[in-house]
Design a protein around this ligand. Structure first.
Ligand code: CA
Length: 395
């Protein structure tokens, strides 16, 4: 240590005040990946600041495994430290660092918890039937995704190739022509559960560490041809982007809101005494133009119900596991969290950069950001999830 100290200035309108302090894994110039928290436009270097080797690792898994009580102690300690000058070598400018995936993800599950999204997609994919399938109001529908292709924000996404049905009804193989996004919220597991022991709704906060933004890239033409009867497969598994910062649940206490009414009443294993939604406001920008503002507060199933359902059969969870909400859409056209909804199946183009657009073109960049009420008198930010589309590698 040089002995020099520095005070971290947090502007009054910062989305990353000491009441937020999301966790990530970063490398300073010339350094190795290690854990950090964001404060204003700085990153606090946890191995340099706290004498604990658990933070010197390139993922947060071991720290998360320590459980909610240990994490509370660290958060309190960091809030105290943030009030005083800090060793200069423990503070880095956010523009100067590289970030990587904050967790090593063992399992990834994706849900379908927005009633507005499920209704819109039902109308688009099955125009002659009831938009919601008979199970939808009884359970949070989900599937197991591909953990190995979850990438950190900023990683380019190569347009996938696959089978899609042509107008003649026969399939062909080639680059997807209907590449899309899904604006979602992800939940990062902190504490493991035991195989055979479901996690009740009211034990959500004992097991989930925090939230992150997710873009679940989707190839609609591949998806439409392959998805029945077993659900999403290659139309989804090529890439899922995750924000580099994970906001701890402890920063979201003021963002808790009642769930919308659930009719019919869910089965007992999906009920809890403390079951709430989250007032998180997302913004989707496409090549810099804001095209949608999806509201998380309208999600039908709560994050606690999703966890209770995914463990209801005894399936266990491990630190670093990720489950995502599914596309977040609201009832208004400007609140739709996917481009297939925004352009209504490609029939109602969206204006991006002055031109009419439906699905993603090579070179397009999509960024999803979000804010939530914070415990101070200002909102907190959830970081961002960003990705650029690269041309397909054709066979
Ligand atoms: Ca999805």
């Amino acid at each position: 240590m040089s002995g020099a100290t520095v005070r971290v200035d947090v502007p009054d309108d910062s989305l990353f005040g000491p009441e937020n302090m999301p966790y990530g894994v970063f490398a300073p110039p010339g350094g190795e990946f290690r854990a950090g928290v964001r404060l204003g436009d700085s990153v606090l270097d946890l191995p340099a600041l706290l004498d604990d080797p658990v933070f010197a690792r390139p993922d947060l898994n071991s720290f998360l495994a320590q459980g909610p009580a240990a994490r509370r102690v660290v958060r309190e300690k960091l809030r105290e430290l943030a009030e005083s000058p800090l060793p200069a070598d423990a503070v880095h400018a956010v523009e100067a660092i590289r970030m990587t995936l904050p967790v090593r993800i063992g399992d990834y599950v994706d849900f379908y918890a927005s009633i507005d999204h499920a209704t819109n997609l039902g109308r688009l994919f099955r125009p002659d039937a009831e938009p919601l399938l008979p199970n939808w109001r009884h359970l949070p529908v989900g599937y197991h995704g591909r953990a190995g292709t979850v990438v950190v924000s900023g990683t380019p996404v190569v347009r996938p190739c696959g089978q899609h049905r042509t107008d003649s009804g026969t399939p062909e193989f080639g680059p997807s022509r209907r590449l899309d996004i899904e604006a979602e919220l992800g939940f990062v597991v902190g504490t493991a559960s035991r195989r055979g022991e479901p996690v009740p709704v009211d034990e959500f906060a004992d097991h989930v560490f925090g939230v992150a933004l997710v873009n679940d890239w989707s190839a609609r033409d591949i998806q439409a041809w392959e998805y029945q009867p077993l659900g999403p497969f290659l139309g989804k598994s090529f890439a899922t982007s995750l924000s580099a910062w994970i906001t701890p649940l402890a920063a979201l206490t003021r963002a808790r809101v009642p769930l919308p009414p659930q009719v019919p009443k869910p089965l007992p294993y999906l009920r809890g005494t403390d079951d709430t939604g989250l007032d998180i406001a997302l913004t989707v920008t496409w090549n810099g133009d804001t095209v949608s503002r999806p509201p998380y507060s309208r999600m039908y199933w709560s994050p606690a119900q999703m966890l209770a359902h995914l463990t209801a059969n005894g399936a266990s969870i491990r630190p670093g596991d990720l489950y995502a909400s599914g596309t977040i859409s609201g009832p208004e056209p400007g609140q739709r969290g996917s481009f297939i909804e925004l352009s209504w199946g490609g029939t109602e183009p969206v204006i991006v950069g002055g031109a009419e657009r439906t699905f993603l073109a090579d070179g397009d960049e999509v960024t999803i950001t979000a804010t939530a009420p914070g415990t101070a008198s200002r909102p907190i930010g959830l970081g961002e999830v960003r990705g650029t589309v690269l041309a397909a590698h054709e066979p």
